[in-house]
Design a protein around this ligand. Structure first.
Ligand code: KIV
Length: 276
């Protein structure tokens, strides 16, 4: 099973949908052997891969570069790629051109877009040529300058109402699924009860149809902030640190490379060379 149909199929069977971000070929090969349902080329790559303090600097070319690498490794998985900041805001034409580039040049299955009714025209324009769109509402990281940081959204009546309005409008426009990020769990449960398409939560409680997290966060490969909603499942950072330090120690002690890592030559060749 691959492609976006997995979202609807899992929801119909009342099975949770699992999604993680991925940015490179080697990790994608591991994902391809895993039980993960879907992969996201998140613009979070701007932070965890490029070291920026926000996702805003990420470009369409960055997304395509990483998406192509992931696609080569995760050949059997459904892959969604983010539309980065300013790639769908200028005009609906610009949005569909950029979404088309991402799909054509990387081969991913769908794009994800942050925002509500203010970007409805762009979403409709992208869906028109049959590009599947995942909506992204709540704590949308491309809006941090308006939110004043990474702050939970939908806590008061007005903003909760707006979230419900946005979700219903996007669903009517034809999005195949949603990411809801950084919203109260009870609001997620309520929104979910009004939607027919699957909801994937991140910091939105346990009731959404699925969950998504950033791979670097769950494997301990991120030195900067760790949001409350992240659970770390492994400490790969420590494993790499130990490997790097062991390598340095062995190089300095001349125990690496050992005989088994070394290429041989007949002694006569060396002797002949010495005598030249
Ligand atoms: O960019 C990203 O990784 C995301 C997830 C956090 C949902 O949008």
């Amino acid at each position: 099973m691959s492609g976006i149909s997995i979202f609807a199929e899992k929801k119909a069977k009342n099975e949770k949908i699992t999604m993680l971000t991925c940015y490179d070929y080697a990790t994608a090969c591991v994902f391809n052997r895993s039980n993960i349902d879907a992969i996201l080329i998140g613009d979070s790559l701007g932070m965890v891969y490029q070291g920026n303090s926000s996702t805003l600097p990420v470009t369409v070319d960055d997304i395509i570069y990483h998406a192509r690498a992931v696609k080569r490794g995760a050949t059997d998985k459904c892959i969604v790629a983010d539309m980065p900041f300013m790639s769908y805001h200028v005009s609906a034409e610009d949005a569909v051109r950029n979404a088309g580039r991402i799909i054509k040049e990387s081969g991913v299955d769908a794009v994800k877009i942050e925002g509500g009714i203010e970007i409805l025209d762009a979403i409709k324009a992208i869906i028109a040529p049959k590009i599947p769109v995942m909506g992204h509402l709540g704590l949308t990281p491309q809006s941090i300058n308006v939110f004043g940081g990474f702050k939970v959204q939908g806590k008061d009546l007005d903003s909760a109402r707006n979230l419900i309005r946005d979700a219903l409008a996007l669903q009517d426009a034809g999005v195949f699924a949603f990411t809801f990020e950084g919203i109260p769990a009870k609001l997620m449960t309520l929104i979910q009860s009004k939607l027919s398409v699957p909801s994937i939560g991140i910091g939105a409680g346990v009731d959404s149809d699925g969950q998504v997290l950033v791979i670097n966060d769950i494997i301990g490969m991120c030195d900067n902030m760790r949001p409350k909603f992240v659970k770390q499942y492994a400490d790969v950072g420590s494993i790499i640190l130990n490997a790097v330090n062991s390598y340095c120690d062995e190089v300095r002690a001349k125990t690496f490379p050992a005989a088994e890592h070394t290429f041989k030559i007949n002694d006569e060749v060396i002797e002949a060379l010495k005598n030249e």
